[in-house]
Write a new protein. Structure first.
Length: 561
């Protein structure tokens, strides 16, 4: 029998059952075995109750998405089995708490292991939530994973408090029987990070000094992560009273010369748009991490979407340049968050990092060694010759910077139209001159993007059919394309749009299929402006991401293969 190289484990229960923590342990176990990981989290907008689950996928190859079909189902309640039994592969294994779950008749080929976790917990006088560690113990035994691996993971996480969790895990481990063997790969473990953590780390590497956010799914974890490392990296991490305060506070940090970023979702960004325009007029650089989720309004607050591309493109009154990037995995999230911060300060304009729940809350194996270090770019500073003009009209539109408390410079920050010194004006000639100065930056920013791989290409390079994707759909598209020998085109920089690189990527393509998590094909609407169009659209807008196995079916439908 051919050895399996890809495993998908679903663990589910009610919110409050410790599903998220359990999934992180399972991921850590696979990581120690040398597998590459992606973890998908699905939960309702509830503190307790409702159904929550995670899918931990482990592969010998690098991955950035989960599969819909699963090989293991770990059920802590009946609902988990009832909801997800349709996902089971023909040879899947079910592991369940036999005190509360009744599997009933199962198709031939599917194995099941019931462990009386509830009774075991009561007998040992342990907390009910520890059923999650018990079922992990049973999973390790069933899948032939050595006890020492599980023990090491638990001790690394719990430290001196590991005892009770190890106790119930070992009881369940000893009660279960091995039915499959998951063997180590021989590869070294990699760091395991969320997309949100990768964004935070990329901003830090770019010289971040302040992060300001009002908590809003799916970017709230960035706030929590950076608060946890604030002292180590000398960061100011602030949670103000509203998104309006967030944006205005951020411009204040920028005015004082502090590299700053904010995090929000669509609803919160609505409140930031006036501050965004102020950032543009006053040329105060701010990075906005915009985590997309289904709308309008509150929509599906704990699910995922790609619906804010045109919002980011057009937000704010007036006309002004901006940078928009959409990374597709943890490595790109790290690298392009760094680039966004650097370019925001180099050109003194707002920059967006478009994320979503799939990317931000997804858990990845993080191959730091594969990333080119973007480092930190310093802004152009005033040379101290002559009288300082905050908005000096230059060839590139970028004015040298000075920061308070500089006794030799008067440093203006004006939301009104102004002259080079920052003094409010209303005459026609100066208005045109200063607006042209701001808009001129986009030409040079676009030219700078040619220094980066702003459009990436994967798959079969000479294929006449290509998948077009952006952001978190990268992982599913790259995998699904292999089955059909297709090319994948992924623009990462979305504004200014790198039309030259995109045109080069499209050479030889006769049929273009867009894959997007929105109802209106927003990327296609963007590329239409540059003379491109999609022949077919594969769109999903139920809040759930594409998976490679589901996407293969859709590609077969539109290609007839």
């Amino acid at each position: 029998m051919k050895e399996k190289t890809d495993f998908s484990v679903l663990i589910g229960g009610k919110a409050g059952f410790g599903i998220d923590k359990a999934s992180s342990f399972i991921a850590a176990i696979f990581n120690r075995l040398g597998y590459r990981l992606y973890v998908y989290r699905d939960y309702p907008s509830l503190i307790r109750g409702g159904h929550t689950f995670s899918i931990i996928r482990a592969s010998r190859e690098k991955i950035a998405s989960h599969n819909n079909r699963i090989g293991f189902l770990l059920a802590l309640n009946q609902e988990t089995l009832d909801i997800h039994k349709e996902r089971l592969k023909e040879d899947a294994v079910i592991i369940y708490d036999s005190d509360v779950v009744k599997p009933g008749a199962l198709p031939s080929g599917i194995q099941s292991t019931g462990i009386p976790l509830t009774k075991m917990i009561k007998a040992e006088n342990l907390q009910e939530i520890m059923r999650n560690t018990g079922i992990i113990g049973a999973f390790c035994k069933v899948s032939g994973i050595d006890w020492n691996i599980l023990e090491t993971v638990f001790k690394n996480s719990f430290g001196e408090k590991a005892g009770p969790n190890l106790k119930i895990a070992k009881l369940a481990y000893d009660k279960a029987k091995e039915s499959i063997k998951i063997t180590p790969t021989g590869e070294k473990p990699l760091p395991v990070v969320s997309g949100n953590e990768a964004i935070g780390l990329g901003l830090i590497n770019g010289g971040l000094k302040a992060y300001i956010s009002y908590p809003m799914t799916p970017t709230s974890p960035i706030l929590h992560f950076l608060a946890g490392v604030a002292e180590k990296f000398s960061l100011k991490v602030i949670h103000p009273e509203s998104e309006i305060a967030v944006m205005l506070m951020a411009t204040g940090f920028a005015y004082c010369g502090q590299k700053v970023a904010v995090g929000t979702s669509g609803g919160g960004f609505c409140l930031m748009t006036e501050g965004l325009s102020f950032s543009a007029m006053s040329e105060l650089p701010v990075v906005i991490v915009l985590g997309q989720r289904p709308g309008p309004s509150t929509g599906l607050p704990t699910y995922s979407a790609q619906t804010e591309l045109h919002f980011a493109l057009n937000a704010g009154q007036g006309e002004f340049p901006r940078l928009i990037v959409a990374p597709g995995d943890a490595e790109e999230a790290y690298y392009w968050s760094n680039i966004a911060l650097n370019l925001s300060w180099k050109y003194q304009l707002p920059a967006f990092v478009l994320s979503d729940k799939t990317l931000g809350e997804g858990i990845f194996s993080f191959d730091y060694g594969s990333i080119k270090d973007a480092g930190e770019t310093s802004a152009e500073l005033w040379d101290r010759n002559g009288t300082y003009k905050r908005y000096l009209d230059t060839e590139t539109g970028v004015s040298p910077l000075a920061f308070p408390p500089d006794a030799d410079a008067v440093i203006k920050a004006n939301s009104y139209q102004h002259d080079e010194a920052g003094i409010t004006i209303e005459d026609a000639d100066t208005t045109v001159k200063m607006l042209n100065k701001i808009l001129r930056k986009e030409k040079y920013l676009l030219s700078e993007l040619d220094n980066y791989e702003s459009v990436r290409v994967y798959g079969r390079q000479d294929s006449e059919t290509a998948l077009l994707c952006w952001g978190s759909n990268k992982g599913a598209c790259v995998e699904a394309a292999r089955k059909f020998s297709l090319k994948v085109v992924q623009p990462i920089a979305l504004h200014p749009f790198p039309a030259g690189q995109f045109k080069k990527a499209m050479v030889g393509v006769k049929k273009l299929i867009t894959v997007e998590n929105n109802a209106t094909a927003q990327l296609v609407r963007l590329i239409n402006k540059y003379g491109f169009d999609a022949d077919e659209k594969i769109l999903r807008y139920d809040g759930r991401p594409f998976t490679p196995d589901e996407l293969e079916t859709e590609i077969g439908r539109v290609t007839g293969k």
